[in-house]
Design a protein around this ligand. Structure first.
Ligand code: 5GP
Length: 211
């Protein structure tokens, strides 16, 4: 009885609180996110961003990103389709209203993987997410990881390292992030991420079980 009442009340609200995952490119956000989506497929849903960058080997249109041209992206931004958008390492990225709504409609916790400009922009919306930063142990480790990944040209790699330096500073600003996780060891970092979200996970599980 209580659960049915709670479920109704809960879905009448905005739905579960979204989660923002941010941090430098190469810090391990995507790997951690994939693990979380796999372990809790009925709990989390990924907000699929738009980007003008080319797909990397193994990436899928509509799953990892919506890959679009600059023209199409500008047109959609002008139409007001995006909650936030940013230029990163020479490409446009953005979170569409539809991407977040799609996850909310499924009553899942919406995860946004966005850069620091995205974090700043989301702060001025009414999305009210939990802000989590994934940081590398050091810039040297990050550079090694990015080089070993072999997905970037030297130019793109240098741009990403510069952005990473700024991101590492940004993450230290008071009041920006609720949780900061240093990804030195993947299993430890994943454990910390799961612990940080456990309350939300249990709440969504309870609601979904009773509905
Ligand atoms: P990558 O090209 O490595 O997939 O992503 C580069 C950076 O763009 C990452 O820091 C990632 O978090 C960020 N990013 C991905 N999607 C979005 C988005 O929709 N908005 C913003 N602001 N950043 C994004």
């Amino acid at each position: 009885m209580f659960m049915r009442y709670f479920a109704r009340f809960y879905s009448a609200m905005a739905g579960p609180r979204p989660v923002v995952l941010s941090g430098p490119s190469g810090a391990g956000k995507s790997t951690l996110l994939r693990k979380l989506l796999k372990e809790y497929s009925g709990v989390f849903g990924f907000s699929v961003s738009h980007t003008t960058r080319n797909p990397r080997p193994g990436e899928e249109n509509g799953k990892d990103y919506h890959y679009v041209t600059r023209e199409a992206m500008h047109a959609a931004i002008d139409k007001g389709d995006f909650i936030e958008n940013a230029e990163f390492s020479g490409n446009l990225y953005g979170t569409s209203k539809a991407a977040v709504q799609d996850v909310k409609d499924r009553n899942l916790i919406c995860i946004l993987d966005i850069d620091m400009q995205g974090v700043r922009n989301i702060k001025s919306t009414d999305l009210n997410p939990i802000y989590i930063s994934i940081q590398p142990p050091s810039l040297d480790v990050l550079e090694n990881r990015l080089r070993n990944r072999k997905t970037e040209s030297e130019e793109s790699l240098q741009k990403r390292l510069l952005a990473a330096k700024m991101d590492m500073e940004f993450s230290k600003e008071a009041g920006v992030f609720d949780v900061i996780i240093v990804n030195d060891n993947l299993e430890d970092a994943y454990g910390q991420l799961r612990d940080a979200l456990l309350e939300e996970i249990n709440q969504v599980k309870k609601v979904n079980m009773s509905s």
